[in-house]
Design a protein around this ligand. Structure first.
Ligand SMILES: *Cc1c(COP(=O)(O)O)cnc(C)c1O
Length: 406
């Protein structure tokens, strides 16, 4: 006998997808046929990209490619096992050592993705009855991690340290983790890390920083936002960062005291029950760490491109957000306005993604522009020209200034 009232899951999903379509919020995949520096080929067209997270321009560096090829020749492609079985290779061990040294932490542990690193860390540290206090604009996987752990998730308004304090004080007896992005992924601003560290010390809470967008870009030798804030393992005992952004590879790690790393190996299910990253990738990431630390000119070039873009945007009266990082979003508000702007830029040969809810809060759709040391001054000028002509044309047609939409 069939049940006439049971909802059909695929049908329900299709309805939800079409609702997104009606709200201008449907996401679409785009196939990139070829990538070369900041240039991307898509649909047979060559586009200048301002949306990758390859902030130091390392993804196509010959030394990374050579390390990957050499290790693949010697060791093959897949590691073929989880770390705890027979998948933990010399390349992983070397990379973990290099990452610990770079970030000034006792130990580091590799994860296959940043998403899994955050899930695993929170699930190992937290349980039912614990409090997990988080910035409202934290990356989705930090929020998911708290939920997976079964902790009580308490969010505070963006960068509001007093509100974070109230959240911690509302559960004075509970074990507590305060987790924040170092550099916020959709806004580009830096968390008030020194104040959060002082708060955590006062409240005996543990501070966790997700530095996916800070590592390689901020701090001495690119050691990240924690080091740039004058903090270290003592104040931030749980540091997570990815290898897929400024390091141009893929994967992630958690760094901290030996007790943290030993515990993650025992209890972090997204670490234990998954295949280790390919050893050749670990070798490439090792080469990336060396270049990222040593080649300061990449950070200097990136900073000069950021300054050029901000000066030009200010001159054009564009709705720049207060970011000094490689993430330079233009806040447009309306999802359709963001889509229109992205489309107009694409017609001029530029690829910039419109970021819409639920990735960002309602009414805060934006163009997430990212800069990279792979860009040149004239690329930034090209972007500014295209933005100027789109927004000035748009402002005349609709009779209002884009800067009014903030
Ligand atoms: C990209 C990102 C992640 C996820 O890292 P992946 O390696 O891409 O899974 C986690 N946190 C932040 C802040 C990120 O930007």
């Amino acid at each position: 006998m069939t049940s006439p009232s049971r909802p059909d899951l695929l049908h329900r999903l299709a309805i939800q997808t079409s609702e997104r379509e009606h709200a201008n919020l449907r996401r679409r995949l785009r196939t990139i046929e070829h990538a070369e520096g900041p240039w991307l080929e898509s649909g047979g067209r060559r586009l200048l990209g301002f949306c990758s997270n390859d902030y130091l321009g390392l993804a196509q560096h010959p030394q990374l490619i050579a390390a990957l090829k050499r290790t693949a020749d010697d060791e093959g492609v897949g590691g073929a096992s989880a770390h705890l079985i027979c998948g933990h290779r010399r390349e992983h061990a070397q990379l973990e050592e290099a990452l610990a040294e770079w970030t000034g932490c006792e130990r580091a542990l590799l994860f296959s993705t940043g998403y899994m690193a955050n899930l695993g860390t929170m699930q190992a540290l937290l349980g039912h009855g614990d409090a997990c206090v988080q910035d409202k604009l934290n990356h989705a996987c930090l929020l998911d991690g708290a939920q997976l752990a079964g902790a009580e998730l308490k969010r505070y308004p963006h960068a509001d340290v007093d509100a974070a304090a109230r959240q911690l004080q509302s559960r004075p007896q509970a074990a507590a983790l305060l987790a924040t992005d170092g550099v916020f992924s959709m806004d580009g601003d830096v968390a008030p890390l020194a104040k959060l560290a002082a708060l955590c010390a006062r409240e005996r809470a543990t501070l966790m920083v997700d530095d996916a967008h800070g590592l390689g870009v901020l701090g001495t030798e690119g050691a990240g936002s924690v080091q740039a804030a004058g903090l270290g393992q003592r104040e931030v005992p749980v540091l997570m960062a990815t290898l897929g952004k400024a390091l141009g590879c893929s994967g992630a790690f958690v760094a901290g005291p030996a007790a943290l790393i030993d515990g993650l190996v025992q209890f972090a299910r997204p670490y234990i029950y998954t295949t280790a990253m390919p050893p050749a990738l670990a070798a490439a990431a090792c080469a990336a760490v060396e270049i990222a630390r040593g080649e300061n000119w990449r950070r200097e070039k990136l900073q000069s491109l950021i300054a050029r873009f901000r000066a030009g945007s200010a001159q054009l009266g564009l709705p720049l957000m207060a970011s000094q990082s490689a993430i330079q979003p233009l806040l447009l508000g309306d999802a359709q306005a963001a889509l229109d702007a992205a489309q107009a830029l694409e017609q001029r040969g530029l690829l910039v993604t419109a970021i819409r809810p639920p990735t960002v809060p309602q009414g805060q759709a934006r163009l997430r522009i990212t800069l990279s040391a792979a860009h040149e001054d004239e690329h930034v000028d090209q972007l500014l020209d295209a933005l100027g002509s789109h927004f000035h044309g748009h402002a005349q047609a609709s009779g209002h200034d884009v800067t009014g939409s903030r």
